[in-house]
Design a protein around this ligand. Structure first.
Ligand code: NAP
Length: 366
């Protein structure tokens, strides 16, 4: 076992230092004592990467300084500048300031890669290469990036198993809401027959606003003004994001071996105010529903659901109803995104990795 002064080492390489990455660092800073007392864990961030560069310290980066440097200079690469702005020549014996991400993942000693780069559902990059490089080099992986999983989850899980490391992804579905864990752990012993859910907060917000009388375009603009929708909102409104999450759930919870190509999906672009009003007359509300039915068909589509169903949540909330053989219908509801919420999901995964490591699983073999 890799131990250091009585505790199992947990050295982390964090790739992606945006909203989620920075919130993870804030969480590690504010909860350091609690994490150690409750979980016997002293995570140490040994490298952080953003789109412009790298900060590395094998003895552990100063987290407060890292946040300040990012805020002030816009990149973690400036971590290696001294207070006068001169670049330090040598950090822990080597200057990694301009290294390629893959070199960092390969060469820096670490137990875990945390992947938090932007989701790309075309080719999964750069996350896909980061994750495969880490796994092949004996690193456990915690990812919040859906892209690589949506496109290649069965092979990534196999690769992780083959290399004896863990691949965890709590934050990819439901942000901080433990949807995957609920199904996988709390329903252990039962059998999930099917599930359906609202997996995309942006579309749920738009549909909720339309319920209040706004047209699709007005609701979309409102979502943009509140920061819920991207400048290019296609990933959300055309159903890609919900389909990606459905793929992750189908693989992890139902044991299916599927990718985006196995999902039939349609977004909310064609939902009209008249459709919403017509549904309302029948006590229904139109929601973008992602579902896996008893025949294991995977679908994402707008559909009317009963307004009294627990699944019928409004605003940016997410909800999933699982139908299990013995416990019947169970619904999990929570915020579907948010920097700190998603960072808390990463911490949950890190604790699981650490617990497995203390049992001899997922130990760094490099
Ligand atoms: N935000 C949420 O609420 C939420 C919830 C669940 C899941 N997620 C997922 O979490 C991931 C991160 O989300 P976010 O909101 O933190 O995004 P973000 O704020 O856009 O941050 C992305 C980070 O990745 C860095 N990056 C981009 N390309 C890179 C490259 N080629 N190599 C290394 N770093 C690169 C960016 O660098 P710069 O800083 O230099 O631009 C930035 O630091 C996404 O996959 C997202 O889907 C987010």
């Amino acid at each position: 076992m890799v131990e250091e002064e009585g505790w199992v080492k947990l050295r982390i390489i964090l790739v992606g230092f945006g909203v989620v990455g920075q919130n993870l660092v804030k969480l590690l800073l504010s909860r350091a004592d609690d994490i150690y007392l409750r979980y016997g864990m002293k995570p140490r961030l040994v490298a952080t990467v953003d789109s412009k560069g790298v900060a590395v310290s094998q003895s552990g980066l100063d987290l407060q300084r890292l946040l300040e440097v990012k805020r002030f200079y816009g990149t973690v690469a400036a971590y290696h500048k001294d207070v006068q702005g001169c670049e330090s020549a040598d950090i822990d014996g080597e200057n990694y300031g301009r290294c390629m991400v893959k070199e960092v993942i390969r060469e820096i000693d670490a137990e875990v890669l945390v992947e938090a780069t932007p989701t790309n559902l075309n080719d999964g990059e750069p996350g896909l290469s980061n994750i495969t490089t880490a796994i092949k080099h004996g690193r456990n992986v915690v990812t919040v990036n859906k892209g690589p999983l949506a496109l290649a989850m069965p092979s990534l899980l196999e690769l992780a198993e083959y290399n004896g490391v863990m691949l965890r992804f709590s934050g990819t579905v439901g942000g901080g809401t433990p949807i995957l864990e609920f199904a996988k752990h709390c329903l252990r012993g039962d059998r999930i027959l099917s599930f359906k859910g609202i997996l995309n907060g942006t579309t749920n917000y738009i549909l909720s606003m339309m319920e209040d009388g706004l047209t699709f375009d007005e609701a979309l603009n409102d979502a943009r003004s509140k920061g819920y929708a991207e400048a290019d909102p296609s990933l959300d409104i055309d159903g890609f994001d919900a389909a990606a999450k459905l793929v992750i759930m189908a693989n992890w919870i139902m044991g299916m071996k599927v990718t985006m190509r196995d999902v039939r999906f349609k977004g909310i672009r064609d939902v009209r105010l008249e459709d919403i009003l017509e549904a309302k007359k029948h006590g229904k509300v139109i929601k973008l529903i992602a579902s896996c039915d008893e025949s294991r068909r995977l679908k994402v589509e707008p559909m009317g659901i009963d307004k009294n169903e627990p699944l019928c949540v409004n605003g940016t909330l997410n909800a999933v109803t699982f139908t299990s053989e013995h416990s019947g219908e169970l619904t999990v509801i929570g915020k579907g995104a948010g920097g700190m919420e998603t960072a808390s999901a990463i911490l949950r995964d890190l604790i699981e990795v650490r617990e497995a490591m203390s049992m001899g699983i997922g130990l760094n073999r490099s």
